[in-house]
Design a protein around this ligand. Sequence first.
Ligand code: S3P
Length: 438
Amino acid sequence: MTSRRAGPLTGEAHVPGDKSISHRSLILGAMTVGETKVTGLLEGQDVLDTAKAMRAFGAQIEKIGETWHVHGVGVGGFLEPENVIDCGNSGTSVRLIMGTMATSPIVATFTGDASLNKRPMARVTDPLTLFGARAYGRSSGRLPMTIVGAKEPMPVRYATPVPSAQVKSAVLLAGLNAPGETVVIERESTRDHTERMLAGFGASISTEDTKEGRVITLQGRPEFVPQDIVVPRDPSSAAFPVCAALIVEGSDVLVPNIGLNPTRAGLFFALQEMGANLTFENMREAGGEPVADLRAKFSPDMKGIEVPAERAATMIDEYPVLSVVAAFAQGKTHMPGVKELRVKESDRIDAMARGLRAAGVQVDEGEDWWTVHGRGFGDVAGGATVETFLDHRIAMSFLVMGLATNAPMSVDDGQPIATSFPIFEGLMADLGAHVERT
Ligand code: S3P
């Protein structure tokens, strides 16, 4: 796919449902006897892979009109799947589902695509073995992997060694079918959608901020009550039209109804600190989450910033597109404390650094930091074809970049965009962007 400079971007960008919340609504619905109804579900490939997996464990899931209907099997009621569970590109699917089945007396084998099969799984299987589950697979701790669920699970107290909502969620979901109290302690707060949704389904769960970090306590074996869930729109998808509007001359784009959960909204604050013309309109509450309409306008005078390391978890998926905006700002943008970027769908520091350099932007990097040397508006060459390494956010970031570089930008593979943002191409075209298949 190729993107090139065009006129201003204008209009409204209705981005799809939140990926994290979509996965969790299907998984918790699958653990609930009765009918859970979900609207606004992200119909990206990652979430469809979660739906397929939940069916393999015994849930009934179907879409009628605009609503997804989930008939679950109850906590501890999962059936043993008859085949390998293929989670495609989706780390959230495999890690959360491994947790969910690890405390049931069943066996399941998981695999994924070339990207997912390179990602670390020991971070999840280590705590799951504490519940009594066993994990068998490659010596590297990568997929394919078989989990033998615990027959008599024990509750666990676990401090997560990496800031990861997927690890935290896997432990909490495993804790659902263990008797007594499961406790997760996280030093850095990560997205809290699992905790919020567990409470919504009727679990007894509490969160306390202590000197050790955030302590989350869950009582096992709850009786879940089916829910009607309205999935808010995804701030991580909103990031793309927002950042595009900031760097394309004359733009003025409204991105309505975006969840501004503080554990997710770090990018927008970073952009404001850079001097972006980005405002939150019509601030309100919806389904227990803060929500606003985002208005982004062309911002030719942005400055590079130091992004606080402690904010990393709240914007971890947004660093690729932030680095694109940073290229169009004046001065350096330094991004420390981001080791986790190296184990996402791709090594995102490496993938972005390669493409940015090929487009004429200087990037310095270390194991857990990187710095983009901004060239200012109008002075970013572009003209490169970039490898996306099966990573949707790398593909979309460079397509946003090409809307403002002097020469077009191309990505070798636009296919992964469908994992999280299947309507990206049409939505950007409706705003006036030139993004095309080449
Ligand atoms: C997610 C957590 C994050 C994020 C991913 C979605 C989730 O991963 O990068 O896109 O839904 O829990 P980590 O938990 O590995 O940080």
